[in-house]
Ligand binder design. Structure first.
Ligand code: M6R
Length: 614
């Protein structure tokens, strides 16, 4: 997660860019930089100042070497591709183009290969190639605007961009695809920013760009185009109230905002575990797990509560399939009381968003008392679990305010899948070619999640029906079985509709007695080797009157045509990462069902964000 701000101004911009960057520092602070179009004696030129580390380092740099102008862009970085140093810091320059970027350009390697004979690349980032693309397009005769639009078409990934071009002063180009970007409307000036917080001291009038939008921002005009380059009008939101309210942006609830943050939060998680530039999973020593040797581990115990436990259940499939590593999953409140037969060379890994959940913490301490090596996979790195475990592993999802866990879940899954790949490589079960394929699948996830979010309107309609039900069932097989459990938990906790998740093959052993005319059954089944079997189970409930919603992909929809009442078609995704992408659909379904019912979505009854009692 990086932060972007830009000003198309009538007054000098540097101090204001720095002020905006400070507000965005929560999004990343490996390095920071600004680029402005300076005008001296009627000669204009693009200049930049960058510094490693926090924004105060950049300020010191600018004090020593001032730079100012009326147009500028700025960036605070959370490194994804390439070390956090000054060379990799944004803005990146290529010819006349200066560019800031948040997110991942998935196809940067092939684009670099196409350009490397004519262009000099100086950074290890995925970003620099975009600046080259735009500059190259202008060299072929396109205007800045057309070059920007044409370059966007060549990019795959989830990203937000801000661009200034030397000689095209007066215009800032911006684009949003998968990562957030807002436009601020000022008095004789206009702005771009990653969120309303960045723009808070500049304006209260904000336009949140929609998925695929791009814009040309000048001092007195904002032109917005959609994915097909058609000019569009977007609503203006007046951002007022407390900072907390501003943090919700134009989202009605924190939960919805957190659902929509997932292209970014998942890429943030990946940054920690994947060396995206070299297409490799990071080794335990690169992850600072110096004594951890997956090759020597005989058993992994994953221990957690609630949603975190369902992430652990999914991970069991990954560790077993990718690393042939035996895995136990325990609900934390049961772990120590069942007096588990623990074996020596095993690792106990607790999974917890907060890192403070009492049952999980007690399980961690119990494992330590039995001399097991322990690891804590947490979102809060200052938490007790992170401090007490032998190894602390971050998920980097950022603060999760909604009581219902959403972005922490997909980040837990992403971290666990990465660790399973790391274990598979270390245990010799993943070839180099397979590792590269898996890394490609991981880096595609932010984009695929963004694509899945575009199903929101369809899901909202489906949720309307679901909200009328008294009971609902979620079915899945393989790693989609725990996802079915998570779907049911999500629905229960925020809509108060009774819901159960089952392994699709298990329903006929009893629970099928509960199916009656109109009972909603949500079937999670991408096309994989278990698809046909899941469809058979789907038909068993369908013939007993269930109202079936099938969540699948294009191929699944084709195969199951006419067999479900409704079909939600997700993007094609590889089998390993499918649970992470499909998680978005069940989160949105619960969210909209709860909103229809008018419950307190962010603070549902009887629940607490961090459960610190046993
Ligand atoms: O902070 P933790 O991940 O340890 O919390 C575990 C559960 O309390 C939590 O996942 C809970 O189930 C959420 N309400 C689920 O949305």
């Amino acid at each position: 997660m990086c932060g972007i701000i830009g000003i198309a101004g009538t007054k000098p911009v540097t101090d204001r860019l720095l002020e905006g960057l400070k507000r965005l520092e929560y999004r990343g602070y490996d390095s920071a930089g600004i680029a402005v179009i300076e005008k001296n004696n009627h000669v204009s030129g693009l200049v930049r100042r960058r510094a490693k580390g926090k924004i105060r380092n950049l300020e010191e740099r600018i004090e020593l070497e001032p730079a100012d102008g009326l147009f500028g862009i700025a960036h605070t970085r959370w490194a994804t591709h390439g070390a956090p140093n000054e060379i990799n810091a944004h803005p990146h320059f290529a010819g006349r183009v200066g560019l800031v970027h948040n997110g991942i350009i998935e196809n940067f390697t092939s684009l670099r290969d196409e350009l490397k004979h004519t262009r000099d690349f100086v950074t290890q980032t995925d970003t620099e190639v975009v600046a080259h693309l735009i500059d190259e397009a202008m060299k072929s005769g396109l205007s800045g605007k057309d070059a920007f639009a044409a370059s966007l078409k060549k990019l795959t990934g989830a990203f937000a961009l801000g661009v200034v071009i030397d000689g095209v002063d007066g215009q800032i180009f911006a684009a949003r695809r998968g990562s957030p970007l807002a436009i601020g409307l000022g008095d004789g000036e206009n702005y771009i920013g990653s969120d309303a917080i960045a723009l808070a001291s500049l304006t209260t009038r904000v336009i949140y760009l929609e998925e695929g939008d791009w814009a040309v921002v000048t001092t007195d005009n904002v032109e917005i185009f959609d994915l097909n380059d058609t000019p569009v009008k977007r609503d203006i939101t007046i951002v007022t109230g407390s900072l907390a309210a501003a943090e919700k942006g134009n989202y009605r609830h924190f939960m919805l905002k957190e659902i929509y943050e997932q292209p970014e939060t998942v890429s943030h998680t990946l940054t920690h575990y994947v060396d995206a530039f070299n297409h490799k999973i990071k080794t335990p020593s690169e992850l600072e797990l110096k004594d951890l040797d997956f090759a020597k581990i005989e058993r992994l115990s994953l221990i957690a509560c609630g949603t975190a436990a369902y992430a652990a259940y999914v991970a069991k499939y990954w560790f077993e399939q990718l690393a042939e590593m035996p895995v136990d999953v325990d609900i934390a409140s049961e772990f120590r009381y069942r007096k588990p037969a623990l074996i020596k060379n095993s690792v106990a890994m607790v999974v917890s968003q907060s890192g403070e959940t009492a049952d999980t913490l007690a399980a961690l301490r119990y494992a330590q008392s039995k001399d097991l090596q322990t690891a804590a996979l947490v979102n809060v790195m200052s938490s007790t679990m992170a401090r007490e475990a032998d190894f602390a592993l971050p998920i980097n999802a950022g603060p999760e305010i909604g009581v219902a866990s959403t972005k922490a879940f997909t980040s837990q899954l992403t971290a666990l899948l990465s660790l399973a790949i790391c274990a598979g490589v270390q245990r010799g079960h993943i070839s180099e070619t397979y590792e590269q394929k898996l890394i490609a699948s991981l880096t595609q996830m932010p984009r695929l999640i963004a694509e899945t979010l575009t199903l929101d309107d369809d899901i909202e309609k489906l949720a309307h029906d679901l909200s009328k039900a008294k009971n609902a069932f979620y079915l899945g097989r393989g790693m989609h079985f725990p996802l079915a459990l998570e779907g049911a938990l999500k629905l229960k906790e925020i809509s108060y509709i009774h819901a159960e998740g089952y392994a699709a093959g298990e329903l006929k052993h009893g629970p099928i007695a509960l199916i009656e005319e109109g009972t909603p059954v949500i079937v999670i089944a991408p096309t994989d080797e278990l698809f046909e079997k899941t469809v058979s189970n789907m038909q068993e409930v369908s013939t007993r009157g269930a109202k079936v919603l099938l969540i699948t992909d294009k191929e699944g929809a084709r195969k199951a045509k006419g067999m479900a009442n409704d079909i939600l078609i997700c993007p094609d995704v590889c089998v390993e990462t499918a649970p992470i992408v499909y998680a978005i659909t069940i989160q949105l379904l619960s969210y909209h069902a709860a909103v229809h019912l008018g419950t307190d979505v962010d603070q549902p009854r009887n629940l607490a964000k961090s459960v610190t009692v046993e």
